[in-house]
Design a protein. Structure first.
Length: 645
């Protein structure tokens, strides 16, 4: 396996394009300055991100002293190496821009060229002098003399990059389930008939259910052999009994490590059939990548230099005081053999790519070096730009943002802990402010195997409903850990966010036909997301003013994207009652510019959840939300008429 090299910034191909200044007289400084090139992240240190077929505005501010006419162009190199030169049109002030649909996967590179157009400058001067009745003989002669060299003081911006991913990297509905808990049982608590360990074949049987709910991505926790040393029992007990299955994240045993399948789940033939079955149903398979080991992982003996050893000779296990994970051993990225370790981890990803996996959910990436992820993701994406990486980094926002800068396609967010309208608006706005919208894509998850928030522990249906609506509409990417979500499981280990009898540590069985299930709402929300393009991106997210601090409202408008999908481009307005126990009323102020309408317009507002229609206007509109009946509205806004017309 090849040794990794620390990544370097992309260089211009042999196309005659170099970031340099041209045409400036010897010893004379240039007169043009290019600033505010966009899209850009950290002045070009990292690439921007877009989805395939997004229409991207390339822009820059170009200034010059005096009354000079300025010309500008975009030089764009597509992932296949083809270069295009496109004129930039001057808009308000000194802003120059153009729009381009990016239809290839991979990395685009671009620079902005600008120059003084001396011929245009003279023509403008001649026109103004003639209008004033002044002689223009000298200017006309100057124009004749420079006709063969009409530009000068040419400058070029620094190199910038845009990574174009598949749409699923920014817009997708994720559904997580444990293959080992896919077996039905008439009486789960019958100790005389213990549950059978589910298999990958059983997981195939679950796919039609997931597809019927309208999800895009099936995500499976680790499917590798599980260590027996220090295996955890139910509810993270440090003592396991015979028959306890352990945590799938304690990877590795005598049967193999990260490139092996747990024997009780099946064989590689079963896995290949699962991949094929996922593809046949129009779904995508996401595989968990957890770069950590059990104390029985083959690497412990084969590569002890990849692990940390305490002074007493014991191997260091994972800790996050006061939590202790004796069944999991972290890798030592400070090892002198870090290059070999990096290469081995990249080979793990390649192994599963060869078996058809193109989406990877990465466990705890914030505990590994940023440079490692920058190298790994760039290397894998160079080999196959279809690959998508989801970051599970429930860490400080700045750490989450840096992981996105260095390459992660999409990231979990702190959405589960944003409960009030203020929290929701503040957090969502913070994560999309500045240049963050250029590289950070958030994925809002209502729950995970580790996260059962106090809000959901209340155990009321409307809490699950409102959280689902918020997650599925505020973020183009969202996920649920099912089927515990649709069944509204709310029992927790006391004083924790861990599920009581959680699937992380034991087999469970779920009644998917339970009449109280939220499956119909899940299906409806995913259908709405598929039909309305405004919900398929996050760039237009705009919070609306509400007179009640328990009501949150926000709008989205359709993105600029070339697509063959039959979707509607109506603006969408979402209004949610965050009080799960009481009726709340509010005035919602709709700002016309946010919904691409004219001041004073009257709207037909259709509630996509109920089919009911209302008449709203730009300005204040009344809402009343009873959480026991209707916790939320998801409105499509269609202009009816103008009061003046």
């Amino acid at each position: 396996m090849s040794e990794p090299d620390v990544p370097r910034r992309a260089k211009w191909r042999e196309t005659g394009v170099t970031p340099r200044r041209e045409g400036v007289g010897v010893g004379r400084p240039e007169r043009l300055v290019i600033t505010a090139v966009s899209p850009s992240v950290a002045s070009g240190a990292y690439p921007s991100k877009r989805a395939q077929n997004d229409v991207v505005e390339f822009a820059a501010i170009v200034v010059c002293d005096g009354a000079m006419e300025i010309g500008a162009q975009l030089r764009l190199i597509s992932p296949d190496g083809q270069q295009r030169t496109l004129p930039l049109t001057r808009g308000i002030g000194y802003t120059f821009s153009t729009e381009v649909a990016l239809d290839q996967l991979g990395v685009y590179e671009f620079v902005v060229d600008a120059w003084i157009d001396r011929a245009a400058t003279l023509r403008s001067k001649i026109t103004r002098k003639q209008a004033a009745g002044q002689a223009t003989t000298n200017e006309e002669e100057e124009l004749r003399l420079i006709s063969d060299r009409p530009t000068s003081d040419r400058v070029t911006s620094r190199n910038e990059r845009v990574i174009v991913d598949r749409l699923v990297a920014s817009f997708g509905a994720w559904y997580e389930f444990f293959p080992r808990s896919t077996v039905s049982a008439a009486n789960e608590s019958d100790e005389l008939q213990p549950l059978r360990h589910g298999t990958l074949r059983d997981a195939i049987d679950r796919l039609d259910y997931v597809r019927d709910l309208g999800f895009d991505i099936v995500y499976l926790p680790p499917i590798h052999p599980i260590g027996s040393s220090f295996r955890k029992g139910p509810e993270n007990s440090p003592i396991a009994s015979d028959g306890d299955v352990g945590s799938p994240w304690a990877i590795g045993s005598a049967e193999g490590g990260h490139c092996a399948i747990h024997p009780q789940l099946g064989t590689f033939a079963d896995f290949d059939d699962l991949v094929a079955a996922v593809d046949e149903r129009g779904l995508e398979l996401a595989m968990d990548i957890a770069f950590q080991c059990s104390q029985d992982h083959p690497w412990i003996n084969e590569h002890p230099e990849w692990f940390s050893i305490h002074p007493d000779g014991t191997i260091a296990y994972a800790e996050n005081p006061p939590k202790r994970y004796q069944d999991i051993v972290p890798l030592n990225f400070d090892s002198d053999q870090w290059r070999e370790l990096w290469a081995a981890l990249a080979d793990v990803v390649r192994f599963w790519m060869r078996r058809g996996v193109r989406i990877f959910r990465v466990d705890n990436p914030h505990t590994k070096p940023f440079k490692f992820w920058e190298w790994l993701i760039a290397t894998i994406r160079h080999e196959d730009p279809r690959v998508v990486f989801l970051s599970e980094a429930f860490s400080h926002p700045e750490v989450m943002l840096q992981l996105s800068r260095v390459g992660f396609s999409v990231s979990y967010t702190h959405f589960p802990w944003q409960h009030t309208p203020y929290d929701i608006e503040h957090y969502m706005t913070m994560m999309s402010s500045g240049d963050r919208s250029e590289f950070f894509r958030g994925s809002s998850w209502v729950n995970t195997p580790d996260i059962l928030t106090d809000e959901l522990q209340q155990g009321v249906r409307q809490a699950f409903v409102s959280r689902l609506v918020l997650a599925a509409t505020s973020s183009a990417s969202y996920g649920v850990y099912g089927p515990v979500f649709e069944l509204q499981v709310s029992a927790a280990v006391p004083e924790t966010e861990e599920y009581a009898r959680g699937e992380k540590y034991e087999l469970r069985s779920w009644d998917l036909d339970d009449p109280s299930s939220l499956r119909d709402l899940l299906r409806q929300m995913n259908s709405i997301r598929a039909r309305y393009s405004a919900l398929q991106h996050d760039r237009s997210l705009e919070f609306q003013r509400c007179s009640n601090a328990r009501i949150v409202a926000y709008s989205k408008t359709a993105p600029k994207r070339r697509t063959l999908v039959d979707v509607r481009d109506d603006p969408v307005l979402v209004v949610v009652n965050t009080d799960h126990w009481n009726v709340q009323e509010s005035l919602v102020t709709v700002v016309p510019t946010d919904i691409d309408a004219n001041l004073g317009d009257v709207f037909d507002v259709e509630d996509l959840l109920t089919g009911e229609h209302y008449e709203w206007k730009a300005g204040d509109n009344f809402v009343r939300l009873d959480p026991w009946v209707r916790p939320a509205h998801v409105f499509a806004l269609r202009s009816l008429r103008s009061p003046l017309g």
